[in-house]
Design a protein around this ligand. Structure first.
Ligand code: SF4
Length: 353
């Protein structure tokens, strides 16, 4: 469906096409600038291209784009978007303003195969991978809204929306390369965080490529058996292998790894869980983000304040760097997948799908 799309065409194919129609090669540079730097969504917006060339491009290629279908603003300022893709599938993205930063949370797949028990996206099943340009469209559309709403560009990107980014490795890496390229959006690689459930082979693969984003691992429980129950992907990526892959990632990149840990009452918030987490993290430098569970996904519940404090105190007694994060945008269904699933009940809506 998308093979003939302008953003799927290789540089070689473009050179050949431009040569066939007798156009000068510098026009390719202009075209690429409109596509990847200015992120326009239509041939007619490419102002410095001659009309005759635009007509030839339209005749030869499709130009599939995503659009914002719905926008919902939380009381805490978080803004969530449902994007409608060219084939009418829905994905979601989030803008999170915080001080001088605006972080964009971006999706990598429509749905997800991995079925984590506490995750709304996991219960939706998997539809398809996103193409690199569909990942970039989320950035471009939200960056425009960030400027309109907060008067500033997006400063950070987290690949933490719908889907497992390392399960769509090739297209995610292609998108990150374009987002960080001087011919693309020229973002700093250190401002992009790729969040994974812990796919061991792909973490090792990522450790060996030249360009590396920051890595966050959604660990959520360090005990192997419990993790397999909560996160089925752990069966193929057991914790000892994950620990070894993360040690390798640190060795290759010298990066500190972020461990994401959603505290769920009675599931992973005991002292024994904290001990196992500390044990897991001994193998490499980490920053631990403890996240309060968004209780809108039954039967799981938020950890009690007492359990949360005991958990934090134990980790701090082991000299670990720990941050407690409040779940943002709870009033508009914060967890990934919930916005699409619930079609944003509540909250203030900007536009309807
Ligand atoms: S938590 Fe992430 S990996 Fe697990 S089901 Fe949800 S989207 Fe997929």
């Amino acid at each position: 469906m998308y093979q003939n799309d302008i953003r799927e065409v290789s540089e070689e194919q473009l050179i050949q096409f431009f040569s066939t129609i007798g156009e000068k090669p510098f026009r390719i540079k202009q075209l690429n600038s409109w596509l990847w730097e200015k992120n326009v969504h239509g041939f007619d917006l490419m102002q410095n291209l001659p009309k005759t060339l635009i007509e030839k491009l339209k005749k030869q290629f499709t130009f599939l784009v995503s659009r914002i279908g719905q926008e919902v603003t939380s009381q805490d300022g978080t803004v969530k978007f449902i994007f409608r893709l060219h084939d009418n599938h829905l994905i979601e993205g989030v803008l999170i303003p915080s001080g001088k930063r605006v972080t964009a949370c971006i999706s990598s797949q429509v749905g997800c195969k991995l079925g984590c028990k506490f995750c709304a996206t996991g219960s939706m099943g998997f539809t398809r991978n996103l193409r690199a340009w569909e990942i970039i469209d989320q950035y471009a559309l939200m960056n425009q809204r960030s400027n309109e709403l907060f008067d500033q560009n997006i400063t950070n990107i987290v690949m933490m929306g719908m889907g497992e980014p390392l399960d769509n490795y090739e297209q995610v890496m292609k998108a990150i390369n374009i987002l960080t390229s001087p011919q693309g959006n020229a973002l700093s690689p250190s401002r992009i965080t790729l969040s994974t459930v812990g796919l061991v082979d792909q973490i090792r693969q990522l450790a060996d490529v030249q360009f590396k984003p920051s890595l966050a691992v959604s660990l959520h429980v360090a005990n192997n058996e419990k993790r397999s129950q909560l996160m089925p992907a752990n069966k193929k990526n057991p914790t000892h292998q994950l620990q070894s892959a993360l040690r390798y990632y640190h060795k290759q990149t010298n990066q500190r790894i972020t461990i994401e840990y959603v505290l769920i009452n009675g599931i992973n918030d005991s002292l024994a869980d904290a001990e196992e987490l500390a044990q897991f993290c001994r193998a490499f430098p980490v920053k631990i983000n403890l996240i309060q569970f968004n209780s809108t996904h039954p039967p799981y519940q938020k950890s009690t304040p007492e359990n949360t404090q005991r958990f934090i105190q134990y980790l701090e007694s082991k000299n670990m760097v720990v941050n407690l994060r409040r779940s943002r945008g709870e009033d508009i269904a914060a967890a990934c997948g919930q916005l699409v699933k619930k079609k944003a009940e509540g909250g203030r809506r900007k536009a309807e799908i």
